[in-house]
Ligand binder design. Structure first.
Ligand code: BDR
Ligand code: CA
Length: 320
C-alpha cells in the first residue's frame, strides 16, 4: 500500500520537483499539501501547487493554507534569484488557484483520519508545523507515523549564512519547536541534501522519454535552478535537489546512515540564527530522557539517482 503523506512546502523549484516526484511515484499517496511562505510568498506557493496538481489531474489532494510569515511576524526575504519571481524559474503558472483552499484545521482532520498511517513531511520553513504543534499539542501531533524534516546543517557550512541552512534560518523558533516536540522525527540536512546532485544530462535523458505531462516544466525549472547554482557554487556539475531527497527517503530509508541526537538551534544574533548543533563528541551518549531526532548524515548517491530517473520517467499513476 502506498505511504500516505501530508506535505508542508513552499514551492520553489526543488519543492516543485519534490511534488512532481511524489505525484509520479505510485508508492507515495499525497493526501494533502500545506502551502506556506518561504521561497516565495504563501499565495504564490499555493498557486504553484494548484498548477502542479492540475497538470497531474489530481483533485483528490487537499490544499491547505499555511503560514504567511515566521512566528516572529518579521518579513523574511524570498529567493527569486534561485527559484524565480513566481517560484517556478521562468514559468508563470496560469491564474488558476484551485477553488478550495482549505482552512488550517484540515491538518488535524487528516491526522485524525489517518493517524499512524500518515507521515508528515516538511520541506519548507517550519512555521506552519510549529503552529500545528502549538494548537493541537504534541500528544495529538505525535499520533502520526513520524516526521521527515528538510533542514539544518551539522558540522558543515550553511547555505544562507556561514552556519545556517535556509529552512531553519527562515524561522529558527519554529524549527526549534518542531525538532524538540516531534517523536519519530528524522532530519535531512544539507549534509545529505547537498549530495543529491542532479545534472543537466540526467534531466535531458528524463525529458526525452516524454512519458508524463511534467517533463517540459521539469526541464525549464531545472535549467533555471542549475544556472543559479552555478553562480552560487563555482564548478558545480548539477544542482542539489534538497526537497526531492527528503521525499526519496520515504521509500528508501536504507539509502542513508543516521545518528540519534538531541538538536539545538540558534535563535539569537545573526551569526547564530538558524544554526543547528548536536553533540557529536564520541563520548557523548544521549541521556535516555533526552528528546532526540534521527539525523541523516550519509547518502548512497547511486540509489538516489537510479530511483530519481526511474520515478521521473514514470507515466502518471492512476489513483482512485
Ligand atoms: C531548502 O531551502 C529552500 O529554499 C529549498 O526549497 C529547500 O527546502 C534548502 O536549504
Ligand atoms: Ca523548500
Amino acid at each position: 500500500m502506498a505511504q500516505k503523506v501530508l506535505l508542508f512546502c513552499d514551492p520553489g523549484i526543488d519543492d516543485s520537483l519534490a511534488i512532481i516526484y511524489a505525484l509520479l511515484n505510485p508508492a507515495i499517496q499525497l493526501v494533502g499539501i500545506v502551502t506556506s511562505y518561504g521561497n516565495v510568498n504563501q499565495e504564490q506557493a499555493t498557486q504553484n501547487v494548484a498548477y502542479l496538481l492540475e497538470l497531474a489531474k489530481r483533485d483528490n489532494v487537499v490544499l491547505i493554507g499555511g503560514a504567511k510569515s515566521p512566528l516572529s511576524g518579521e518579513f523574511t526575504p524570498f529567493y527569486p534569484e534561485i527559484h524565480g519571481e513566481e517560484g517556478l524559474g521562468p514559468i508563470r503558472p496560469p491564474e488558476m488557484i484551485k477553488e478550495e483552499l482549505l482552512n488550517f484545521d484540515t491538518v488535524f482532520n487528516l491526522i485524525e483520519e489517518y493517524g499512524p498511517e500518515l507521515l508528515i513531511v516538511d520541506v519548507g520553513r517550519m512555521t506552519s508545523l510549529a503552529i500545528a504543534f502549538n494548537l493541537a499539542g504534541p500528544e495529538i501531533m505525535n499520533t502520526v507515523q513520524g516526521f521527515y524534516l528538510m533542514g539544518g546543517a551539522f558540522l558543515v557550512p550553511g547555505n544562507v549564512t556561514a552556519g545556517a541552512e535556509a529552512n531553519f534560518y527562515g524561522d529558527p523558533l519554529a524549527a526549534e519547536i518542531v525538532t524538540t516536540k516531534v517523536e519519530r522525527g528524522v532530519i535531512y540536512p544539507l549534509n545529505v541534501t547537498n549530495d543529491a546532485i542532479v545534472t543537466p544530462t540526467i534531466i535531458d535523458e528524463i525529458v526525452a522519454t516524454e512519458n508524463n505531462p511534467f517533463q517540459p516544466l521539469m526541464k525549464a525549472i531545472f535549467d533555471y535552478y542549475y544556472e543559479a547554482y552555478q553562480k552560487l557554487v563555482p564548478g558545480i556539475q548539477g544542482s542539489p535537489l534538497h526537497d526531492v531527497l527528503t521525499l526519496f527517503a520515504i521509500t528508501n530509508p536504507q539509502a542513508f546512515k543516521y545518528i540519534e541526537k538531541k538538536v539545538f538551534i540558534g535563535l539569537t544574533e545573526e551569526t547564530l540564527r538558524g544554526v543547528s548543533i548536536a553533540d557529536f563528541r564520541p563520548r557523548a551518549e544521549e541521556e535516555p530522557e533526552e528528546q532526540t531526532v534521527a539525523i541523516a548524515l550519509e547518502l548512497d548517491y547511486q540509489e538516489f539517482i537510479a530511483d530519481f530517473i526511474n520515478v521521473m520517467t514514470n507515466k502518471l499513476p492512476i489513483i482512485e
